[in-house]
Design a protein around this ligand. Structure first.
Ligand SMILES: [Zn+2]
Length: 184
Protein backbone atom coordinates (compact mmCIF):
# COMPACT_ATOMS: atom_id res chain seq x y z
CA UNK A 1 0.00 0.00 0.00
CA UNK A 2 1.51 3.34 -0.92
CA UNK A 3 1.44 6.21 1.60
CA UNK A 4 -1.41 7.94 -0.19
CA UNK A 5 -3.60 4.84 -0.07
CA UNK A 6 -2.70 4.39 3.56
CA UNK A 7 -3.74 7.94 4.40
CA UNK A 8 -6.97 7.57 2.44
CA UNK A 9 -7.76 4.35 4.23
CA UNK A 10 -7.21 5.99 7.61
CA UNK A 11 -9.58 8.79 6.63
CA UNK A 12 -12.25 6.46 5.32
CA UNK A 13 -12.07 4.44 8.52
CA UNK A 14 -12.20 7.53 10.71
CA UNK A 15 -14.96 9.31 8.84
CA UNK A 16 -17.10 6.21 8.73
CA UNK A 17 -17.25 6.52 12.52
CA UNK A 18 -17.89 10.24 12.55
CA UNK A 19 -21.07 11.69 11.23
CA UNK A 20 -21.19 15.40 10.65
CA UNK A 21 -24.80 16.31 10.19
CA UNK A 22 -25.50 18.70 7.41
CA UNK A 23 -27.45 21.71 8.55
CA UNK A 24 -30.33 22.30 6.27
CA UNK A 25 -32.66 24.23 8.46
CA UNK A 26 -32.27 25.78 11.88
CA UNK A 27 -34.95 27.36 14.03
CA UNK A 28 -32.56 28.43 16.77
CA UNK A 29 -28.84 28.70 16.49
CA UNK A 30 -27.79 26.89 19.68
CA UNK A 31 -27.93 23.11 19.72
CA UNK A 32 -26.27 20.21 21.43
CA UNK A 33 -22.86 19.23 20.10
CA UNK A 34 -23.68 15.51 20.28
CA UNK A 35 -26.62 15.90 17.89
CA UNK A 36 -24.35 17.11 15.10
CA UNK A 37 -20.92 15.67 15.85
CA UNK A 38 -21.36 11.97 16.31
CA UNK A 39 -18.72 9.45 17.25
CA UNK A 40 -16.20 11.96 18.60
CA UNK A 41 -16.46 10.43 22.07
CA UNK A 42 -14.93 7.26 20.64
CA UNK A 43 -11.84 8.83 19.13
CA UNK A 44 -8.55 8.44 20.92
CA UNK A 45 -7.76 12.12 20.38
CA UNK A 46 -10.90 13.33 22.15
CA UNK A 47 -10.59 10.75 24.92
CA UNK A 48 -7.05 12.01 25.39
CA UNK A 49 -8.44 15.46 26.18
CA UNK A 50 -11.29 14.61 28.55
CA UNK A 51 -10.43 11.10 29.77
CA UNK A 52 -13.23 9.49 31.80
CA UNK A 53 -15.28 12.67 31.53
CA UNK A 54 -15.47 12.43 27.72
CA UNK A 55 -19.09 11.22 27.44
CA UNK A 56 -20.33 13.64 30.08
CA UNK A 57 -18.57 16.68 28.63
CA UNK A 58 -19.66 16.01 25.05
CA UNK A 59 -23.24 15.22 26.13
CA UNK A 60 -23.47 18.62 27.83
CA UNK A 61 -21.55 20.68 25.30
CA UNK A 62 -23.59 23.23 23.40
CA UNK A 63 -22.83 24.30 19.87
CA UNK A 64 -23.86 27.61 18.40
CA UNK A 65 -24.05 27.94 14.64
CA UNK A 66 -22.73 31.25 13.47
CA UNK A 67 -22.21 33.02 10.16
CA UNK A 68 -18.59 34.01 10.49
CA UNK A 69 -15.14 32.44 10.80
CA UNK A 70 -14.60 28.72 11.17
CA UNK A 71 -14.82 27.52 14.75
CA UNK A 72 -14.22 28.89 18.20
CA UNK A 73 -15.05 28.59 21.87
CA UNK A 74 -17.06 31.23 23.68
CA UNK A 75 -15.04 32.49 26.64
CA UNK A 76 -18.11 33.23 28.78
CA UNK A 77 -19.60 29.74 29.08
CA UNK A 78 -17.25 27.52 27.07
CA UNK A 79 -19.65 26.54 24.28
CA UNK A 80 -18.48 25.75 20.79
CA UNK A 81 -19.19 28.10 17.90
CA UNK A 82 -19.20 26.75 14.37
CA UNK A 83 -19.77 28.48 11.08
CA UNK A 84 -22.46 26.35 9.51
CA UNK A 85 -21.26 27.10 6.00
CA UNK A 86 -17.81 25.77 6.94
CA UNK A 87 -19.38 22.67 8.47
CA UNK A 88 -21.39 22.00 5.32
CA UNK A 89 -18.73 22.71 2.74
CA UNK A 90 -15.32 22.59 4.43
CA UNK A 91 -12.75 19.83 4.06
CA UNK A 92 -13.64 16.94 6.39
CA UNK A 93 -10.09 16.49 7.67
CA UNK A 94 -9.78 20.22 8.41
CA UNK A 95 -13.10 20.15 10.24
CA UNK A 96 -12.09 17.11 12.25
CA UNK A 97 -8.75 18.67 13.26
CA UNK A 98 -10.48 21.96 14.08
CA UNK A 99 -12.92 20.14 16.36
CA UNK A 100 -9.99 18.47 18.14
CA UNK A 101 -8.32 21.90 18.49
CA UNK A 102 -11.50 23.52 19.82
CA UNK A 103 -12.21 20.70 22.26
CA UNK A 104 -8.77 21.41 23.75
CA UNK A 105 -10.02 24.95 24.32
CA UNK A 106 -13.21 23.60 25.94
CA UNK A 107 -11.00 21.65 28.37
CA UNK A 108 -8.85 24.73 29.01
CA UNK A 109 -11.98 26.76 29.66
CA UNK A 110 -13.17 24.10 32.16
CA UNK A 111 -9.83 24.52 33.91
CA UNK A 112 -10.49 28.22 34.28
CA UNK A 113 -7.87 29.39 31.81
CA UNK A 114 -8.27 32.60 29.84
CA UNK A 115 -8.66 31.65 26.18
CA UNK A 116 -8.02 35.18 24.98
CA UNK A 117 -5.19 36.30 27.24
CA UNK A 118 -4.23 39.68 25.76
CA UNK A 119 -0.71 39.46 27.18
CA UNK A 120 0.21 37.17 24.30
CA UNK A 121 0.10 37.35 20.55
CA UNK A 122 -2.15 34.70 19.02
CA UNK A 123 0.71 32.43 17.91
CA UNK A 124 2.46 32.70 21.29
CA UNK A 125 -0.57 32.26 23.52
CA UNK A 126 -0.07 29.08 25.59
CA UNK A 127 -3.70 27.95 25.13
CA UNK A 128 -3.37 28.26 21.33
CA UNK A 129 0.03 26.58 21.15
CA UNK A 130 -1.32 23.68 23.20
CA UNK A 131 -4.46 23.29 21.03
CA UNK A 132 -2.49 23.53 17.76
CA UNK A 133 0.09 21.08 19.05
CA UNK A 134 -2.57 18.55 19.96
CA UNK A 135 -4.28 18.86 16.56
CA UNK A 136 -0.93 18.54 14.75
CA UNK A 137 -0.05 15.40 16.69
CA UNK A 138 -3.45 13.97 15.75
CA UNK A 139 -2.83 14.89 12.10
CA UNK A 140 0.48 13.05 12.25
CA UNK A 141 -1.21 10.07 13.87
CA UNK A 142 -3.70 10.03 10.98
CA UNK A 143 -0.78 9.95 8.58
CA UNK A 144 -0.97 13.42 7.06
CA UNK A 145 2.29 14.48 5.50
CA UNK A 146 4.20 17.47 6.85
CA UNK A 147 3.23 19.39 3.71
CA UNK A 148 -0.46 18.66 4.35
CA UNK A 149 -0.10 19.70 7.99
CA UNK A 150 1.58 22.97 7.03
CA UNK A 151 -1.20 23.61 4.52
CA UNK A 152 -3.72 22.99 7.26
CA UNK A 153 -1.95 25.46 9.56
CA UNK A 154 -1.67 28.13 6.88
CA UNK A 155 -4.77 30.26 7.36
CA UNK A 156 -5.57 33.69 6.00
CA UNK A 157 -5.06 35.36 9.38
CA UNK A 158 -1.47 34.14 9.75
CA UNK A 159 1.36 35.96 8.03
CA UNK A 160 4.29 33.79 6.84
CA UNK A 161 6.24 35.02 9.91
CA UNK A 162 3.40 34.12 12.26
CA UNK A 163 3.15 30.67 10.72
CA UNK A 164 6.89 30.15 11.23
CA UNK A 165 6.57 31.28 14.84
CA UNK A 166 3.59 29.02 15.43
CA UNK A 167 5.38 26.00 13.97
CA UNK A 168 8.38 26.76 16.16
CA UNK A 169 6.13 27.07 19.24
CA UNK A 170 4.25 23.86 18.48
CA UNK A 171 7.62 22.14 18.58
CA UNK A 172 6.72 19.12 16.45
CA UNK A 173 9.04 18.31 13.57
CA UNK A 174 7.30 19.42 10.37
CA UNK A 175 10.49 19.94 8.39
CA UNK A 176 11.28 16.37 7.41
CA UNK A 177 10.46 15.94 3.70
CA UNK A 178 7.23 14.16 2.77
CA UNK A 179 6.50 10.45 2.41
CA UNK A 180 6.29 10.38 6.19
CA UNK A 181 2.95 8.63 6.42
CA UNK A 182 3.63 5.89 8.88
CA UNK A 183 1.55 3.07 10.25
CA UNK A 184 0.53 3.56 13.85
ZN1 LIG B 1 -7.51 28.06 19.08
Amino acid sequence: MNPFEYVMMRFVRLFRQLHLSRLIWLSTSTRMFADYFKGFEKTEAVRGIFGDQTEEVLANLKVEFVWFGYMGVDNTDGHLMVNERYLNSGDQTDIYLDVVHELCHVKQWMEGRDLFDPNYDYVDRPTEVEAYRYAVLEAKRLGLSNRQILEYLQTEWLSPEDLKKLVRNIDVDLKTPDSDAQPL
